[in-house]
Design a protein around this ligand. Structure first.
Ligand code: GDP
Ligand code: MG
Length: 193
C-alpha cells in the first residue's frame, strides 16, 4: 500500500540496550493548513515522492544524529486524521514531545496554537514535556500576519521553545528536529540526576 512513511511497524531501532525507551514519540499539533504534513514529509525525507498523504494519519520514523549521538524519533502526523475526540485525547497523552505549528500568514492559527498549548498543559499537568512552538511558512514574507516577536513572546509566556520554519524551502526544519531531540535529552538527564 503506497504509504508515504516507511513501513514502521515493529521497526524499533535496536541500539543494543533499552531499545524501547530510546524511541521518542513526537506529536505534531496545529490547525489545518499550517504545514504539519509538509514538515513531517521533510523530516521523513519523502517530500518529493509525489504521494498524496493528506487523508491518512502518517507516522515517520527516523534516526537522527545530534551532537554526535543518535536518537530514534517517531513523528506522528495524525492530529487531523479524523475528528474524534478520542483521537485528540490520545494525541495529547501519547507524546514524549510536541511540535505546535501555526502559520505566520494566519493569525487565527496562531491563536489556535495558544489554545493547544493550554489544552496540552491541562492534559499533562504535572509533567514537564518538551514543546516547540513553530511559526511555519516564513518564506511568505508579504502575507505575514504574525511577527517573529509575537511568536517568541508567546513562547516565553507558554514556557516553550520557538522557531520559525519554511517547509517549502526546508529552512530551519533540521534545526527544529535537532532542537526537539536536545530538549528530550535535557529532560531525561535532569530526571536521572
Ligand atoms: P497541514 O494541514 O497542517 O498538514 O498542512 P499541509 O502540510 O498540508 O500544508 C498546507 C498547505 O500549505 C499546502 O499547500 C502546502 O504546500 C503549504 N505549505 C506548507 N508549508 C509551507 C511553507 O513553509 N511555505 C509555503 N509557502 N507553503 C507551505
Ligand atoms: Mg496534514
Amino acid at each position: 500500500r503506497g504509504s508515504c512513511a516507511s513501513d514502521s511497524s515493529d521497526s524499533v531501532i535496536s541500539t543494543g540496550s533499552e531499545t524501547d525507551s530510546q524511541v521518542h514519540k513526537v506529536v505534531l499539533l496545529g490547525e489545518h493548513g499550517v504545514g504539519k504534513s509538509s514538515l513531517a514529509r521533510v523530516f521523513g525525507g519523502v517530500e518529493d515522492a509525489g504521494h498524496d498523504c493528506d487523508e491518512a494519519g502518517n507516522t515517520y520514523d527516523r534516526c537522527i544524529v545530534v551532537d554526535e549521538e543518535e536518537s530514534a524519533i517517531v513523528l506522528y502526523d495524525m492530529w487531523e486524521q479524523d475528528n474524534s475526540q478520542w483521537l485528540k485525547e490520545q494525541c495529547m497523552r501519547m507524546g514524549d514531545a510536541y511540535i505546535i505549528v501555526y502559520s505566520v500568514t494566519d493569525k487565527s492559527s496562531f491563536e489556535k496554537a495558544s489554545e493547544l498549548r493550554i489544552q496540552l498543559r491541562r492534559a499533562r499537568q504535572s509533567e514537564d514535556i518538551p514543546i516547540i512552538l513553530v511559526g511555519n511558512k516564513s518564506d511568505l514574507v508579504r502575507s505575514r500576519e504574525v511577527s517573529v516577536d509575537e511568536g517568541s513572546a508567546c513562547a516565553v509566556v507558554f514556557d516553550c521553545k520557538f522557531i520559525e520554519t519554511s517547509a517549502s524551502l526546508h529552512h530551519n526544519v533540521q534545526d527544529l528536529f535537532e532542537g526537539i531531540v536536545r530538549q528530550i535529552r535535557l529532560r531525561k538527564d535532569s530526571k536521572e540526576e
